[in-house]
Write a protein that binds this ligand. Structure first.
Ligand SMILES: O=C(O)[C@H](O)[C@@H](O)[C@H](O)[C@H](O)COP(=O)(O)O
Length: 263
C-alpha cells in the first residue's frame, strides 16, 4: 500500500498519503475490506455518508476491481447529514452521491435511504430517525450494546475548514444533543441553511468512522483537532468531538492537509 505514513494517534489512526491518487486507492481498499468483512459477519453493510469532496474521493469504488468485487446488493446507504432540498437539487447530498457513485454500481435503489424531501427540516429529521429505528428493529442497522443508539457499520465524514463534521458546526447548541438520533438546523453557516444531521452520540456509536480531509486549507484546523498540545484551547470543534466509544476511527489525509501536524 503506497502510504507515506500510518500512525496511531490518540484520536484514531492517521493515514497520511503522498497524493490524492494514493488516498483514493487506500480509501477504496479500506471501504471494500470493511464491506466484505461486515457482509460475511452480518449479511448487510450499513454505511452513512456526508457530502462535499468525500464523494469524489470515494470515486475509485466505482472502478475495477471494486466495482465488481464489492457486494453492492448488501449495502444500505444513509446520509450522516443532508441538505433539506429536493433530491434533484444541485445542493442535495443524495444527488451528489447518486450521480458520483451509486448510479455506476449495482446498489439496490430501495437500499438508498434518503430523507423525505417533501417535509420541513424538523419533520424530515424526525421522519429519518423513524426510518432508522425501523431498520434497527430489523437488524439492517445494528444496535449499540452500550447505549440507545444505532451502530452503523461505517460512517464516512469530511471536515470543514472550521472543524465542522456532518452538519455539526462549531459552537452550535446541537453539539450537546444527547437524546435525538437525527436533528435539524435552519441556520447553517455553510449554505444551504436547512439541514438534517446525525447527532454526536450516533456518530460516536458507529463500529467504524472514517474522516477524510485533503488540501492545505484544512491544515490549520487539523492541527487543532489532532495535535495534543493545541487540544485544550479548542474544546468545541465538532471534529474533535468525534471519539467513538468502542468503534474504530481512521483519518485519511493527504500531505497538504497533514502539513501542520507536529506529532
Ligand atoms: O453537506 C455538507 O455540507 C457536508 O456533508 C459537510 O459535512 C462536508 O463533508 C464538509 O463541509 C467538508 O466538505 P469538503 O470536503 O467539500 O470540504
Amino acid at each position: 500500500m503506497a502510504l507515506s505514513g500510518v500512525s496511531p494517534n490518540r484520536r484514531g489512526d492517521l493515514r497520511i498519503h503522498e497524493n490524492l491518487d494514493e488516498l483514493k486507492t487506500d480509501l477504496a481498499d479500506y471501504i471494500a475490506e470493511l464491506s466484505e468483512v461486515t457482509v460475511k459477519d452480518r449479511g448487510v453493510f450499513s454505511v452513512a455518508l456526508s457530502g462535499g469532496s468525500l464523494i469524489s474521493l470515494m470515486g475509485k469504488l466505482c472502478e475495477a476491481p471494486y466495482s465488481k468485487t464489492v457486494d453492492w446488493a448488501k449495502w444500505h446507504i444513509f446520509w450522516a447529514d443532508e441538505r433539506v432540498v429536493a433530491k434533484t437539487h444541485p445542493d442535495s447530498n443524495y444527488k451528489l452521491a447518486k450521480d458520483g457513485l451509486f448510479s455506476k454500481v449495482p446498489v439496490i435503489p430501495s437500499h438508498m435511504h434518503s430523507i423525505n424531501d417533501n417535509l420541513s427540516s424538523e419533520e424530515a429529521a424526525n421522519d429519518y430517525e423513524f426510518v432508522i429505528r425501523q431498520l434497527v428493529k430489523t437488524r439492517v442497522i445494528s444496535a449499540s450494546e452500550v447505549n440507545d443508539c444505532p451502530k452503523f457499520d461505517l460512517i464516512l465524514l469530511g471536515v470543514g475548514p472550521d472543524g465542522q463534521v456532518a452538519s455539526l458546526f462549531p459552537e452550535h447548541p446541537i453539539l450537546n444533543e444527547k437524546d435525538e438520533w437525527v436533528t435539524f438546523i435552519t441556520n447553517s453557516p455553510k449554505p444551504p441553511p436547512e439541514r438534517i444531521t446525525f447527532t454526536l452520540p450516533v456518530i460516536n456509536s458507529a463500529s467504524n468512522i472514517a474522516v477524510v480531509a485533503t488540501g492545505e486549507a484544512k491544515a490549520e484546523v487539523l492541527r487543532s483537532i489532532l495535535d495534543d498540545d493545541v487540544g485544550p484551547n479548542c474544546p468545541s470543534l465538532p471534529a474533535k468531538m468525534v471519539q467513538p466509544g468502542s468503534g474504530k476511527l481512521v483519518w485519511f489525509l493527504d500531505k497538504d492537509a497533514a502539513s501542520k501536524l507536529q506529532g
